[in-house]
Design a protein around this ligand. Structure first.
Ligand code: BJW
Ligand code: ZN
Length: 247
């Protein structure tokens, strides 16, 4: 089912970039953002949850929602798609894994170095002073989407802790974004997995790789219009396609 060009490119590749989005964790039971019916933004309003203004206006609402999501991730396990990407890292001379995801399922699958462009659910910091005090986070007793929870307080300045994720209107971590762009511009093959490609600047990563001459592959059940040479769509689920691709 995979074209011989693609198989050959993967076999010969010296540097592969894997660029992932929420779809790679969907088969682990983590909801995506924009899928119809199951996407988070279908059920929750992004602007009242995923912006600094939303947190300032209602920290208990926002903290409770992110604790619910952190709980879901703690209960989830890496799926065959994550494991295939980890296996690829062991089989290719150089692999750079760039994720937009805020979960830690790539790390738990065995990937050694993961570039998290949109931060992590597991690294809160103070909303006021930016420090990351060593406060153990408890598991919410009843993980429900709408449950309000007061955020823990910073041990240094007393400010509320916020999730360590990148909200709309916030800058992405500079070093991570630079590393992702640099890898994209210097790879032979980029595999984009489970992303709608709607959120910038992360969405520039596959285009940068293509412009620099790499082959670009999109693994997604939703069809991707491939109008360019060196661009391929593999329609289907990451957990089914990726293990077969790396065989
Ligand atoms: C499967 C599958 C299976 C399902 N297998 N596939 C240029 C143009 C227009 C707007 C902008 C622009 N530049 C910047 C902006 C603004 C904004 C933006 O991009 N807005 C667009 C939405 C219009 N960007 C920002 O604000 C960024 N910051 C910034 O630019 O700073 C500079 C600045 C500073 C100050 C002032 C102004 C500018 C920050 C963006 C941060 C995004 N944060 C989020 C939330 C993180 C926290 C949280 O988790 O709550 O990140 S939004 C959300 O979207 C999350 C994701 O990482 C991100 C991408 O989503 P993703 O991963 O693609 O998921 P989905 O759901 O969209 O797609 C899933 C896909 O999987 C689907 O295609 C399915 O088909 C597929 N799938 N099952 C394979 N089994
Ligand atoms: Zn503080």
């Amino acid at each position: 089912m995979f074209s011989t060009t693609l198989i050959e490119a993967l076999r010969k590749a010296q540097h592969v970039v894997v660029f992932t989005g929420a779809g790679v964790s969907a088969e682990s039971g983590i909801p995506t953002f924009r899928d119809s019916l199951t996407g988070l933004w279908e059920r929750f309003d992004a602007t009242s949850l995923a912006t600094p203004e939303a947190f300032a206006a209602d920290p208990e609402l926002v903290w409770g929602w992110y604790e619910w999501r952190r709980m879901k991730v703690l209960q989830a396990h890496p799926n065959p798609g994550h494991r295939a990407i980890a296996a690829l890292e062991r089989n290719i001379p150089r692999l750079t894994l760039v994720t937009q995801n805020v979960d830690d399922l790539h790390e738990r699958a065995g990937n050694q170095a993961v570039i998290h462009l949109h931060g992590s659910l597991h690294a809160p910091r103070c909303f006021d002073c930016g420090r990351s005090p060593d406060i153990p986070l408890s598991a919410p007793e009843e993980p429900e989407g709408g449950r309000r929870l007061p955020p823990p307080r910073c041990t240094v300045c007393g400010g509320p802790l916020r999730p360590g994720v990148v909200w709309f209107g916030e800058s992405l971590p500079t070093a991570d974004l630079s590393a992702a762009f640099e890898a994209a511009e210097n790879c032979d093959l980029l595999i984009s997995v489970g992303t709608s490609g709607m959120v910038y600047p992360a969405a520039e990563v596959p285009a940068l790789a293509w412009r620099a001459g790499a082959i670009v592959v999109h693994v997604n059940p939703q069809s991707h219009p491939c109008q360019q040479e060196r661009e391929y769509a593999l329609p289907g689920l990451a957990g089914e396609l990726l293990p077969r691709l790396i065989e």
